[in-house]
Design a protein around this ligand. Sequence first.
Ligand SMILES: C[S@@+](CC[C@H](N)C(=O)[O-])C[C@H]1O[C@@H](n2cnc3c(N)ncnc32)[C@H](O)[C@@H]1O
Length: 364
Amino acid sequence: MSHREGGASFKVGQGFYRRTSQVGRDLAILAAQLEKGDRGQLRVLDSMAGCGVRSLRYWLEGGADWVLANEGNPEMNGILQENLGPMLAAQAGEIQHRDANRVFFQCYDRRDYYDLVDVDSFGSPVPFLNTSLWAVRLGGLVYLTSTDGRTATGHEREQSLRVYGAYGRSHPSGHEQGLRLLIGSTQQQAASKGLGVIPLFSLYAHSVYRVMLRLVSGQQLTEANYGFLAYCHDCGEYETVTWRQLGRISPCSRDGQSRVLSGPLWLGALHDRQYLHRMQTLAQQQGWPSRVKLLQTMIAEADLPPYFYGLGEIGRRSGRDMLPREQLLARLRARGYRSSATHITPQAVKTEADLATCVAIARE
Ligand SMILES: C[S@@+](CC[C@H](N)C(=O)[O-])C[C@H]1O[C@@H](n2cnc3c(N)ncnc32)[C@H](O)[C@@H]1O
């Protein structure tokens, strides 16, 4: 059976293909198009190619001049040869069947760096966070994926320590925490090499976490953007906590105990707003209205606080019917609080106001 996605037709065979992940592939294609437009050339390493849908789309739609489609399972060779046949015939790529880490180090050894390295792993991408950076050109992009929601959302705290070197606790913004643990950990790994990463976009959709990061030569990690997030299970308030404040965290003023601390994690912007605007223009030109809408939400939330409040929680605490999201946002903005929806869930708001203020506004 043949599938269609974007401009690509392909077969899946015994391989892995999830249609709901199209949103992550669409956004990657927009980024690839921008990189190609900016540099005039684009070489992509699709390190875990599966049936090859990404490789094909990077070539057909992203404008890639060369795609190395690597898939660890050699049994996928037949389907990859078939799906990527036109690309291979155009001498615009090759297929390999090696462990992704060997491919990354081979790139480094040969000084054969890629403009975009896509790491679409199962579970946590942590075995590849550091190593994938070795294959990326300075100024190039790395696109990381995690499907390990339990660790990301604080339900496997020791596992979180092992893989991210960070303690993730459970709280209502758990999925945003998943993105921030991933960015923070990669940022720290890049910093240990004297480098930095800049998040271009971060996406949580259909239980998958994805971050597109630009590798840059200057250090980006600071005390301000890599720190901790405190949450009180009693009053529902969040607070960012710096390393210097660690020994001086006050208990919650209401019950003196219910605060939990996650981190270290990324506290900086989730997305590069200017880059998202450019992606949005391309999405518009391609006639992708749902992506235009998604990018609009991401633009609005880009540099708001690193958490959100659920509408249900605000409604419950206010003792009133739940206020429609847009109405609550309008009231918050009218009072001068920068506020937006979050792309992570339609049932929440991101705002500079604290929860108590949201609840008071919802009561009016
Ligand atoms: C999530 S699937 C990839 C799906 C594909 N990128 C897509 O968009 O449909 C992950 C793939 O990575 C392969 N894989 C897992 N570990 C690998 C490794 N260490 N090196 C290379 N490939 C690996 C698996 O065989 C599997 O096909």
